[in-house]
Design a protein around this ligand. Structure first.
Ligand SMILES: CC(=O)N[C@H]1[C@@H](OP(=O)(O)OP(=O)(O)OC[C@H]2O[C@@H](n3ccc(=O)[nH]c3=O)[C@H](O)[C@@H]2O)O[C@H](CO)[C@@H](O)[C@@H]1O
Length: 358
């Protein structure tokens, strides 16, 4: 009998990336793969490109902690989403549901529970996000990425510490391809890749560009600045800027020596897996729930890089922080090597298969 898995999660590239990593594993074992996401989110775009995945869009409402006119209509959209997900789950009859979080996952997990289907969820950040916290009572297992997450979860018996799921294509980058793509040459100047998360980061972009005259004397800079944030005025033989990289990213990272990055969980675990020392500039509390501050603190404590708070970010502080990072480069790489290890994707697949049997 063919086994069926239902995947869900959305709202950020990172959430979708974990689901993308699972797909080949289940395809190989001839499982039917279904995905419930929103109609227009990033998950809809990326998952509809996957031939082996049956994608279903449902109504979804955002769960906000701040006032917005949409707060009046969104609860109804969530309820509509539950009804739609319920109907689809009854039809699909999945053996197990895997949720990566994001607000579209809430109605799916509730509907799965109403249908008596086992649910496994995965949390990427050190502290659980709102969606995962809301659905926790209805799930069988919550897999964590950070070891420090357990005390933040009320039903600690549900916690399985798994670690990060890093997409495999990142390990197949070639330095030479990176040089060719960026039209840079190997030189004495280390290459720094600047990544502001999947959407870019305005504050980081500004500081990098202000510091550019000094930075390009020491480094070659590849700047992933986010959609609509290219600055055509900036033109230097040691500076390259791109809005967003997809297939070329593994090559550019293979060529890079160090990274300047936000502390989004997916990015930082990718850099750890690739052994790239990080200057972490976490998203501040004023524009987030503070998850990146804790992610960054944990990485600093484990010796994977330097942290610069956005409130202290200037051209000067950026240059100095990079100097500190460079001085610690060999010890950071050493620390990272001892942390790299087993493939967590296979462990998650085993766990999901086990849940499907229960
Ligand atoms: C603004 C916000 O709320 N961010 C949250 C969001 O991060 P968000 O998804 O924005 O950022 P992450 O760092 O987790 O992931 C970014 C992903 O985009 C990829 N990438 C980036 C640039 C590029 O040019 N090409 C490319 O492929 C990276 O390789 C990575 O896989 O979810 C994370 C995981 O729950 C949280 O830790 C973050 O706090």
């Amino acid at each position: 009998m063919t086994k069926r898995i239902l995947l869900t999660g959305g709202g950020s590239t990172g959430h979708v990336a974990v689901n993308l990593a699972l797909i080949p594993q289940f395809v190989e074992e001839d499982w039917d793969i279904h995905y419930i996401g929103s109609h227009g989110g990033i998950e809809s775009k990326l998952m509809r490109q996957q031939q082996q995945v049956h994608y279903i869009g449902i109504a979804s409402g955002k769960l906000r902690r701040y006032w917005s006119l949409s707060n009046l209509s969104d609860p109804f959209r969530v309820l509509l989403g539950v009804a739609q997900a319920y109907r689809h789950i009854r039809r699909i009859k999945p053996h197990v549901v895997f949720s990566k979080g994001g607000f579209v996952s809430v109605p799916v997990v509730l509907a799965a529970r109403l249908n008596g289907i086992p649910v496994v969820i995965h949390e990427s950040d050190l502290t659980p996000g709102l969606a995962n916290r809301l659905v926790l009572p209805y799930v069988q297992t919550i897999c964590t990425t950070f070891e420090e997450t357990k005390p933040y979860i009320r039903s600690s018996e549900k916690v399985v510490h798994l670690g990060a799921i890093v997409r495999k294509e990142l390990f197949h980058g070639s330095k030479e391809e990176g040089y060719r793509y960026c039209q840079l040459k190997p030189s004495k100047k280390p290459i720094i890749v600047v990544m502001g998360g999947s959407l870019g980061a305005r504050a980081i972009n500004e500081a990098v560009r202000k510091a550019l005259p000094e930075l390009v004397t020491h480094y070659q800079i590849v700047h992933l600045c986010g959609a609509g944030q290219l600055d055509k005025q900036q033109n230097h033989p040691s500076y390259r800027q791109y809005e967003y990289l997809s297939e070329e990213l593994p090559h550019v990272l293979a060529m890079g020596d160090m990274v300047i990055t936000r502390a989004g969980s997916n990015s930082i675990f990718e850099m750890l897996a690739l052994g790239k020392p990080m200057l972490l500039i976490p998203l501040p509390l004023s524009s987030s729930r503070g998850d990146q501050l804790l992610n960054a603190e944990s990485f600093k404590k484990q010796g994977y890089g330097e942290v610069l708070q956005e409130e202290e970010l200037t051209a000067g502080s950026l240059v100095r922080a990079l100097e500190r990072l460079q001085a610690r480069y060999p010890s950071i790489v050493q620390e990272m090597r001892s942390a790299q290890g087993r493939d967590r994707t296979l462990e998650l697949v085993t766990l999901l298969k086990q849940a499907a049997l229960d």
